[in-house]
Design a binder for this molecule. Structure first.
Ligand code: K7E
Ligand code: CUA
Length: 665
């Protein structure tokens, strides 16, 4: 029998089994289970006993069957999930929900040798320092996979750090962070990172307004001096880097810009950001002012920002910008004059804006409004053509709400984020209801929008991620709820609880939660789910002696037999190789006060033959994958006798894979 036939038969059998369990409800489960097994000679011996013994319901059995991925088989999808305030990015297989990797991005991580002496990674992290302050943490929020024609292409993923307004580039050939860029004009971001349909730009929107460059200005000068910003980081796909020379920003009013999304197909050339605090509240509860939470929620409407990035690009290329802290900025006045920036009213402190797969509609979820509001790009463009607007206090055209609104649909309490499937349905998270709502998109017929069903999730769901769910061609099948609270879902592990990511099967008529996955790192915000076979990752580096930053042969590559230690005054340079099961040289003799630069080439080309390297007492940790050349440097401030060794149990003689560093006083 072929594997797929076998699966279908097995599935049918288990379905019969599941129904039997269901029928057996209220009776002695074990007895009934035994009957069923006897009744069907093809069932695996003991399967029903296991189900009965573990008290599994038919739904449980279904869930188990839908998520189990046998040993040696690969998951169908990969989810790139933000690691929140752990500052990293997780790679999780679907439907098994197994964690495959925890990619170090904004935070040092010693397994990957990221930020522990490795020259390459220290340079990446240092590029994200802020005015001389070393930043070694992050609050990663929204991963954005690179796209071609609005579809994930599996080449790169980007992610932002909300707390210091930075954006990182990760290359999916080796799943390593290659670049961190710091926006010179804002100190927090949020509507980041999302890409234009061909990844021309990686876009970053600010969150909490400050004066540009976050220079000092008293809060009394909020309206006059504080500003928001959107930055369009130009992406050079060939180089695999953000090209800072061709990047620019657009100045925005000091409303707190929230989430953003890029237009596609019908709305290609636009991007959209929500905002809240159009009240421009400045807080100060300690001085008797309304607290932020009340002050920013007074108005019934905030402003959806509608930004024409193709027009902005023209304005930038024409040089119609002002340079602020080295960054070309399209000023607010220029953005208004040139037709770059428009607003549309949006109800009550909205959070997510999500463009439908055909690019025709924008769905806005208002945290404090039980409805989603659907806008149409056709109506927006018409309202702009008709100049059907009033000006906000800064002179930005605010389009007539009724002219741009397509529909509104009540879903439940606290709608936040929306994803899509292949069949014209949308899925919106309901934070306050702790549920996910499935609803039907109605196109240009406001009456055709319809709530289909809701499913409870545990608890307080933030983002949702559907399989390829924010591309031009969503897959449906799976939806993941990225919940904020876990409360009672897992065995107690102290007052700090893991996050609960729940996998939901959306392939049938009824949504079903089929897996709870505890994520023991920071709060997940957004995630994106890509078909696994779109990723073309390397097994080993293309050549022995590879520099993963340049993605080219390294000038410090060392061949077997060419290992050496060179000295020039107190500058010492070590050229080392690693192969099972020795590091060469095995003795490194230096003098206290030397500055040491040390290169290690893993001369293996076997799949998975990684060697790690740690030098205790000097805070050095490296991961040297097959073919890689890695370098680190340090000042030999302390004398003594040190052991360095390989940290990956790479062979039977791994423990012997060590050496002595002797530092002569
Ligand atoms: Cu809703 Cu930062 Cu995208 Cu979290 S954000 S939920
Ligand atoms: Cu190499 Cu252990």
């Amino acid at each position: 029998m072929t594997r797929s036939k076998f699966r279908i038969v097995a599935l049918l059998l288990l379905l019969v089994l599941a129904l039997s369990v269901f029928a057996a409800c209220g009776r002695n489960r074990q007895e009934d289970a035994a009957d069923t097994v006897v009744g069907d000679g093809n069932l695996p011996a003991g399967a029903m006993d296991i189900a009965a013994e573990r008290g599994l319901s038919p739904d449980d059995i279904n869930a188990a069957l839908k998520t189990y991925v046998p040993s040696g088989q690969w998951d169908e999808y990969l989810m790139f999930a933000s690691g929140g305030h752990s500052g990293n990015l997780l790679v999780i297989g679907l439907p098994s929900m197994r964690i495959l990797k925890n990619i170090a991005v904004f935070t040092p991580e010693s397994w990957q040798g990221y930020g522990f002496g490795s020259i390459e990674s220290e340079e990446i992290l240092d590029a994200g320092n802020v005015n001389g302050v070393e930043i070694r943490m992050g609050d990663s929020h929204h991963p954005g996979l690179s796209e071609t024609a609005g579809d994930y292409d599996g080449e790169f993923v980007f992610i932002n750090d909300k707390s210091s307004a930075r954006v990182a580039v990760i290359d999916l050939r080796d799943f390593e962070t290659k670049q961190i860029v710091k926006d010179p004009n804002i100190i927090s971001n949020h509507g980041s990172t999302f890409v234009t349909p061909n990844t021309e730009y990686v876009i970053q929107g600010s969150q909490y307004a400050t004066p540009l460059g976050w220079e000092y200005a008293p809060l009394e000068e909020y309206e006059e001096k504080y500003r928001g910003l959107a930055t369009l980081w130009s992406f050079d796909r060939e180089a695999g880097r953000i090209d800072m020379e061709n990047s620019f920003s657009i100045e925005l009013p000091p409303y707190w810009q929230d989430l953003c999304d890029a237009g596609k197909l019908a709305s290609d050339g636009w991007f959209f950001c929500n905002s809240f605090n159009t009240e421009m509240a400045t807080g100060g509860i300690e001085d008797g002012n309304p607290p932020f939470e009340a002050g920013v929620s007074q108005r019934d409407m905030d402003y959806l920002h509608i930004i024409n990035w193709k027009k902005a690009e023209e304005v930038y290329k024409a040089g119609n910008t002002e340079e602020i802290n080295g960054m070309p900025v399209i000023t607010l006045q220029t953005a208004i004059d040139e037709g770059v920036l428009f607003f549309a009213p949006e109800p009550k402190s909205p959070h997510g804006v999500d463009v439908t797969p055909d690019g025709k509609y924008m769905v806005i979820a208002g945290k404090l409004d039980p409805q989603v509001t659907i806008y149409s790009i056709e109506k927006i463009e018409q309202a702009i053509a008709d100049q059907n607007w009033e000006a906000d206090p800064f002179g930005v055209p605010v389009l007539n709400f009724d002219a741009v609104k397509m529909a509104q649909l009540e879903l439940g309490l606290g709608p936040l984020h929306t994803q899509y499937d292949a069949d014209g349905y949308a899925y919106t998270s309901l934070f306050l209801d702790s549920a996910v709502a499935k609803w039907k998109l109605g196109g240009d017929d406001p009456e055709a929008y319809e709530l289909i069903e809701t499913v409870p999730v545990q608890y307080n769901v933030g983002h949702l991620a559907a399989a390829e769910g924010d591309t031009v061609s969503p897959d449906g099948k799976y939806l993941v709820a990225l919940n904020k609270w876990a409360v009672d879902r897992f065995a107690p592990v102290g007052p700090l609880l893991p996050q609960n990511e729940q996998l939901i099967d959306i392939s049938g008529d009824r949504m079903q939660v089929i897996y709870d996955m505890a994520m023991g790192v920071g709060e997940p915000h957004y995630a994106q789910i890509i078909k696994q076979d779109k990723i073309k990752a390397w097994d080993v580096y293309p050549e022995v002696g590879w520099d993963p930053i340049a993605q080219a042969p390294s000038e410090f590559a060392t061949k077997a037999g060419e290992e050496r230690i060179e000295r020039n005054g107190n500058e010492v340079e070590v050229f080392m190789t690693s192969i099972r099961s020795h590091l060469t040289p095995e003795h490194v003799e230096i003098k206290q006060g030397d500055h040491v630069t040390w290169h290690i080439t893993n001369i293996e080309s076997a799949h998975d033959a990684t060697h790690g390297f740690q030098l205790g007492g000097y805070n050095i940790s490296l991961s040297i994958e097959p073919g890689e050349t890695a370098s680190f440097e340090f000042d030999a401030v302390n004398d003594g006798t040190y052991a360095y060794y390989c940290t990956e149990f790479c062979s039977a003689l791994h423990l012997e894979m060590m050496g002595y560093m002797l530092v002569e006083p």
